[in-house]
Design a protein around this ligand. Sequence first.
Ligand code: HEM
Length: 396
Amino acid sequence: MTVIAEATLDLGDPELYRSEDRFALWREHAAADALVWSGPGSSPRGFWSVFSHEACRKVLSPTAPFTSEYGMMIGFDAEQPDNSGGKMLVVTDGEHHTHLRQMVAPFLSKAMATTLGEFIDEEVRSCVDEALEAGGADVALRIGPRLPAAVVCEVLGVPAQDRERLVELTNHAFGGNDSAFDKMSPSEAHSEILMYFYELVSHRRRSPGDDLVSTLLADGRLGPRDVLVNCNNVLIGGNETTRHAITGSFHALSTVPEALPRLREDPSLLGKAVEEVVRWTSPAMHVLRVATEDVELNGRMLPKGTPVVAWLPAANSDERVFSDPRAFQVDRHPNRHLGFGNGPHHCLGAALARAELAAVLRVLAERVSEISLAAEPKWMRSNLTQGYVGLQVELH
Ligand code: HEM
């Protein structure tokens, strides 16, 4: 049965997601296949929300009459569009989207993940060894961010001499307001990165290489600004979510002490465990679409131009699809999670994210016998990313 309701809460209020009460909220709304209206507040004109696996899949499906071109986050809609719409991969549709995806895809592919395999393993080993020596770490600060930032630098072709500073800046830009680096705020750090990319784009125009920036530049259809916004897309896509999936894998493993020994004894479980980490952590919290025509959703007609939000962690805890959804099951199968989205915008970096998570789980299984939480997790204040401000663990 579908429940249609006015939200008593503004579901876009980032404060809501600092509390673990969100898990019950998502589970109940997914079970009820709810369609919920949040009035103006976090979003200037309000938005509808869906939660069940089926409804989220439907809104994101390739044939659904919805677009990303006005933006894909709460706050954007047909009246307040994202100014990157039609230029940046994730907020572009149709033929230009297909074209951009074809250009970017080889740099984020399985083949790229294989090429970077040894590099990824080494990064993970050094982070885990450092934490083991210290007896533990705040994974959200010391481990989660490092690998995704380093991988994105590789993909974008950041020259070796700039790598360390870029990784630090990236850490800071996506680390929330709690981190301190060169006295910059996260948004100042992000601007600094964009300035850096601006210079990198100018440099690659003069002396092209075989990297993503040069490939985008070589395409006659894209100006330097288009190249810049798409570098930014890969930067954000690669960092904002993966760091929390990596951090969350330590959290998940701490809830099931037998998981690490099982992975050690049977490495063939690794693939299933990676999917379960993506489902259990669901770092991409919502995606927004705008109806391109009048559309019926969960029994209600929504007019053209209506913004609809799909809550992915809710879909990933829909009991019709996942038994005991809050349990982390290393061998969960089937696992039709929507952690990477669905349809034409399905995560282009999924192969890289999977490779990073597989390396983390493999190295932990090899080197660590037990992970335990040294303090309750501290959650980010965000409606977009389900992630950690702090995750203090002990490693044995
Ligand atoms: C798109 C999740 C890692 C690059 C997406 C979308 C989701 C997602 C849900 C769809 C957005 C939408 O439908 O509007 C995740 C998660 C990750 C992850 C949970 C880690 C566990 C990565 C990595 C990269 C990346 C490592 C690149 C290095 C992208 C790009 C898109 C995208 C470029 C846009 C694709 C398009 O619009 O066609 N991601 N992502 N992501 N992601 Fe990821």
